[in-house]
Design a protein around this ligand. Structure first.
Ligand code: COI
Length: 384
């Protein structure tokens, strides 16, 4: 495998006038430094709030302006950065969200890691950052998850949430692309992101993304920019914002934390990928599962007027969000032009079925006919 890496190429053109650099897998391996004393005994696995508990190890790698190097798995720790670190100033920061689960025989299973690697690199291109070799990414994740295997929760609705993050690291003040970068991956044992249905406010003043912007990239700034409108929505009693298109505030885009699906009596509607919404991997998985069932799915511009009309004439039967963290979150209320559309999500069957299928595939209980599962079967890694 490592010979193959030696010849893999990355494109990194920002400030380098489209030069092609060869990626050399320096040292030809990921060095692994195991934690001396695991922190796992401190964790109550019956209470693992999302995003707060970190497993023992992290993966790190550095881009030195020419190539990715220093591939290392080591105990999770704080990393010191210079105050002029460019990511803090100019926002060159992208991330991913992925999940690992345990099969019934105890094998760690990664869900669609190659697709996450590709999406990370699509975000990197848009944000003028270097692509990371996809095979090294999957290899690093496999090693990391193998090492943190004991941290993978087994309860339903729980998993090991994996957070890859790439940031600029040049120490420089002045707007230009950084030349150096760091990739970090951390593991978080996590319960559900939403433990109950969510309420959404249709946003009619602020926008998340515009044509030609960075809406499709999983860029940290997209989330930063969403915080103030989300706070305003929360002040009005809603959980999340439902973003609309930036031109007419007419077409639904996505929710702050997930893509959105509307189930009508005869079909399912979801906004098409137009460059302004996140290319959700759970979104794509849900569309595939729906089509497997022979349910018609329309990926197209979906206007809020159409949804309101379907609500009024009784053809709108379910509304749910889909994302890696959220999996599937039912919507119980949508605030639109001063009125609320209320839903009784307790009786919904399709969203429940989809959630149990996706969780079943993730845990190896349901056959993986689409090749989404990457079992982690590794020799015990050499430890330094
Ligand atoms: C994910 O679903 O993985 C995300 O990154 C969204 C965030 C709300 C946690």
């Amino acid at each position: 495998m490592f010979e193959k890496l030696l010849s893999s190429k990355i494109r990194y053109s920002c400030g380098k006038s489209l030069t092609l650099f060869k990626t050399k897998f320096m040292g030809n391996r990921i060095s692994i430094h195991k934690i001396r004393q695991s922190r796992i005994a401190e964790v109550d696995f019956n209470n693992i709030p999302f995003g707060k508990i970190f497993a023992d190890h992290m993966f790190v790698a550095d881009f030195d302006g020419q190539q990715w190097k220093n591939f290392e798995i080591r105990p999770l720790e704080r990393i010191p950065f210079h105050p002029a670190n460019m990511a803090w100033h100019y926002g060159q920061a992208i991330f991913e969200g992925m999940k690992a689960t345990l099969s019934e025989d105890g094998t760690p299973l990664l869900f669609r890691p190659e697709d996450h690697a590709q999406r990370l690199n699509a975000s990197a291109r848009r944000m003028c950052m270097p692509e990371f070799p996809e095979d090294v990414f999957v290899e690093a994740l496999s090693q990391l998850v193998q090492l943190d295997k004991a941290w993978i929760p087994t309860m339903d609705d729980s998993s090991l949430y994996i957070r890859p993050l790439m940031i600029a690291t040049d120490e420089h003040v002045g707007v230009r692309s950084s030349e150096t970068f760091k990739l970090m991956v951390m593991n978080l044992p996590s319960g559900p992101y939403y433990s109950k249905p969510v309420s959404l406010l249709v946003e009619e003043r602020y926008v998340r993304a515009v044509d030609g912007g960075v809406g499709e990239a999983k860029a940290a700034g997209n989330y930063g920019a969403s915080l103030y409108p989300t706070k305003l929505a929360k002040d009005k009693g809603y959980d999340q914002v439902m973003w609309m298109d930036a031109h007419e505030f007419k077409y639904v885009q996505e929710v702050g934390t997930m893509n959105i699906f509307f189930v009508l009596k005869d079909k399912v509607l979801t906004p098409n990928l137009s460059g302004t919404i996140l290319r959700g991997i759970t979104r794509e998985s849900i569309i595939t599962l729906l089509k497997d069932k022979g349910i018609s799915v329309e990926e197209r511009p979906v206007s809020m007027e159409e949804i309101h009309e379907a609500f009024q004439n009784g053809t709108l039967v379910e509304v749910f969000g889909a994302g890696t963290a959220a999996v599937i979150a039912n919507v119980n209320r949508i605030g639109y032009k001063g009125t609320d559309l209320h839903f009784s999500s307790e009786k919904w069957t399709l969203s429940r079925q989809l959630k149990s299928e996706i969780n079943g595939i993730r845990k190896g209980r349901i056959p993986d006919i689409h090749g989404w599962i990457h079992p982690v079967v590794l020799e015990e890694a050499a430890v330094i």
